[in-house]
Write a protein that binds this ligand. Structure first.
Ligand code: G3P
Length: 227
């Protein structure tokens, strides 16, 4: 399973890349707006830091406008994937951009019927928002299971990019279902690493090591033993 970072913050992206943890980045207008930067150079800098797809979302409602924006985004860097919303106009733009060889991530997917249509329109990725479904008392993970079945039934190449991930359990459940990708905020990626028993265990190991006399801890001793 691939893990993407849902962020437009360069510091977060660089840190996650240094852990060898991420395979791509997703952004949306809200995340890009938080950075208060000219978005094209920002987008290019993100693409240069990540060896994988970087999603940038269109900001118009009509298909023509989305396709125009999408083509411009695609000139910024080969890693760019254009995000279009799951509306009639978004599907039109998806069909058009895909036919031109531009990869599209259809976003704001909340139902299996929407997911089916996005795949038919030629989407490379579809982003079901599990957290926002959970927020309104609908089972976000049920949508991932349905999408997995539908895409497998008809051998769609469209990848399931689980989005609106709020906690590590979302990631683990998505992995168990076999989703292709989960994208998550930096805080969730950090939470995937952390376990209190790891911290307690490491403290104990290092405390025990500290108790050894300095003379027998030296690397010189290790080297002598190996020689
Ligand atoms: O990028 C889209 C998505 O991941 C948004 O998440 O937490 O705002 O629902 P959230």
């Amino acid at each position: 399973m691939k893990l993407f970072l849902d962020s437009a913050n360069l510091k977060e992206i660089e840190e996650a890349v240094s852990w060898g943890a991420i395979d791509g980045v997703t952004t949306n207008p809200s995340l890009v707006a938080k950075e208060h930067r000219d978005f094209v150079p920002l987008l290019r800098e993100i693409c240069e830091r990540v060896n994988g797809p970087v999603s940038m979302e269109t900001t118009t409602r009509d298909a023509e406008g989305m396709a125009k924006e999408g083509r411009l985004f695609a000139t910024v860097h080969p890693h760019i994937v254009v995000k279009c919303p799951l509306t009639k106009e978004g599907l039109k733009a998806t069909r058009q951009l895909s036919s031109e060889g531009i990869r599209v991530n259809v976003t704001l997917c909340f139902s299996p019927s929407q997911a089916l249509l996005a795949a038919k329109a030629g989407a490379s990725f579809v982003s079901p928002f599990v957290g926002r479904l959970d927020d309104v008392s609908q089972d976000g993970m049920a949508l991932i299971r349905d999408m997995k079945t539908i895409y497998a039934n008809y051998r769609f190449a469209t990848q399931i990019l689980v989005a609106s991930v709020r906690h590590p359990i979302h990631v683990v459940e998505a992995a168990k279902i076999g989703a292709d990708i989960a994208t998550m905020p930096f805080s969730v990626l950090e939470a995937l690493i952390k376990h209190p028993l790891t911290d307690i265990g490491l403290d104990r190991f290092l405390r025990d090591w500290e108790k050894l006399p300095a003379a027998i801890k030296q690397f010189k001793t290790v080297e002598r033993t190996l020689a």
